[in-house]
Design a protein around this ligand. Sequence first.
Ligand code: AMP
Length: 299
Amino acid sequence: MITLRTFAEVRAAVSGSVSLVPTMGFLHEGHLSLISAGSEVADTTVVSLFVNPTQFGDDVDLDAYPRNEERDAALARNAGADILFAPSAEEVYPEGKRVTVQVGGVGDAMEGRFRHGHFEGVATVVAKLFAGIDPDHAFFGRKDAQQLAVVRTMRSGLRFAVRIHGMPTIRELDGLALSSRNARLTPEVRGDAISLSRALFAAADAIEDGIDDAAQIRAIAQSVIEDVPGVELEYIEVADAHSAAPIDAIVGDSFVAIAARVGGVRLIDNVAVEAETMTVDRGTVLDHRSILYEEAPCF
Ligand code: AMP
């Protein structure tokens, strides 16, 4: 695996079909599942590593984002990456952030309401990666269900030919969805964080028992969270999988999403509902402690 810093270098280095896995680094098993899947379908797998400033609302959050390129390079290589693309901000924004991509509607609710400008930053950076690398496949986690809807809408709207793959959420031993931000949870609040997945799993049980009314589903999830004083809930929403618009009842494929702050760390999670069978995909739980907590994972 090689580490490259410019789009031109990446275009010159790839051969055959290309998978792209965009990340902000501090890799965990969720990212690694995307990289492995990418390396199975293409000749060259490119993992991008870029903490994108335009998708952060405040500089405190941006500065606190965990970073370790050496660690990420070893993990990405081990998972099957051929190229780690770690560009500078100047390489990604040579025009000084004057070019932006907006995806109306899909990004308005949930994350859009609590993180103004976030999806414009996401859509812009992913469009730049698609334009600059021209991948055949791109891999995203369903953990960020609304982001996936934004990226799919951006792809079709801008006529990128890349095929988008949405991959299942990988969870820690206790059910907490893996996120690089989990590394910032202190032992004191770690237990509180589990209530997010517990709330979603309670909602999932209700859906599988035949409840399709969104207000009822939200209330069931909320009752789990309410009892945990350390959790500041931002939203619980039931939304259409494609438009990411909040819905009143489950009629098509959809997801139940939650966002909360736990000990100052903002966490999001969701479970995906397949409407035809009324079954819920809760993701995959690891059977070991996550590499996220190893400073220097062994390979
Ligand atoms: P990030 O580095 O947080 O921007 O995430 C990079 C990609 O990994 C995104 O497509 C995320 O949706 C995906 N991802 C993050 N966490 C998980 C997870 N726990 N399971 C699966 N995919 C994930």
